[in-house]
Design a protein around this ligand. Structure first.
Ligand code: IPD
Length: 288
């Protein structure tokens, strides 16, 4: 049973808040990028955080405190807040930090309002969210039951996945974790998957990958080892656009496997990635 929306909560209003705060954080990370990013390592030497991840999260916390003072916040970086409303904001202040570090213009600010407890696997679900690509000026946003949209300087349009039905012609996104042993298993999965699809893309931002399935820039996507902040907003955008999103057993994505697919590919892609993830990757352990 998905957790219930607290009485009086309006998902459309939460979507508007998600858009507002994501835009503010996106302006910060794009326009105030310093020469020295103040990089420090987290779970491994290659899993880094920059000063801008921290500043972006602080800005998100401040703006959410002003707009939604009773809600909790769970962020990728240090800090966060308890709440009383039953709504938790799950935020990734820069999703695609490695791209940001190297100046590759493919990173996002991801902001989702979820119900349930995002620290307990399978006991939460997103009800509104926004994913901002600050470099392209693209804002993907959705709320439960409201469809998914893309807003750019040119206006707002509804998102639709591709009509693809043939897995052999599918362009599939994926990503990799930061721990060497997990990456070795993810690479084994890829060896079996790559000959079965058109090609693979590793863009470096899970949030944007999920939105790419929503918009038709990818036919499908899968990843093992995602954290709630990597996927919460993007999975709602993908689902609301009409894509199918799921995990190892059903339509609930988990840390062990998250996949998203254009509707005509969902059965075939999910069967394959479920089987390969179980065979090669298994459990990826706790969130970092
Ligand atoms: C990472 C990105 C990447 C994915 C990793 C994530 P971060 O998030 O989403 O595409 O492959 O699993 O950890 O660390 O840049 O916020």
């Amino acid at each position: 049973m998905p957790p219930e929306l607290p009485a009086g909560t309006d998902p459309a209003a939460l979507e508007a808040v998600a858009c507002t705060v994501a835009r503010a954080a996106g302006r910060l990370v794009r326009d105030e990028r310093p020469d020295d990013l103040g990089v420090t390592a987290k779970s491994t030497r290659t899993d880094v955080v920059t000063e801008m991840d921290q500043r972006s999260q602080e800005l998100l916390l401040d703006r959410l405190a002003a707009l939604r003072p009773d809600d909790a916040v769970l962020g990728e970086e240090e800090g966060g807040r308890e709440g009383t409303s039953g709504v938790t904001w799950v935020v990734d202040p820069i999703d695609g930090t490695t791209n940001y570090l190297y100046g590759v213009p493919a990173y996002a600010v991801s902001v989702a309002a979820v119900v349930g407890d995002p620290t307990v696997p399978g006991h939460w679900s997103p009800v509104a969210g926004a994913v901002l690509d600050p470099e392209r000026g693209e804002l993907y946003h959705a709320h439960l039951g409201g469809g998914a949209s893309l807003t750019t300087a040119a206006g707002t349009r509804a998102l639709r996945p591709r009509p693809t039905t043939d897995l052999a012609l599918a362009l599939v996104g994926t990503g990799f974790g930061y721990a060497a042993d997990v990456r070795r298993r993810q690479a084994r999965l890829l060896v079996d998957l790559l000959p079965r699809v058109r090609d693979i893309r590793r863009h470096g931002s899970a949030a944007l990958d999920l939105c790419a399935v929503a918009s038709g820039r990818l036919d499908g996507y899968y990843e093992t080892g995602l954290n709630p902040w990597d996927r919460a907003a993007g999975e709602l955008v993908a689902t609301e656009a009409g894509a199918v999103v799921g995990g190892p057993a059903d339509e609930v994505p988990t840390r062990d496997l998250t996949w998203a697919a254009a509707p005509g590919l969902a059965v075939e892609l999910s069967a394959l990635v479920r089987e390969l993830a179980a065979r090669h990757v298994g459990s990826v352990g706790e969130p970092r």
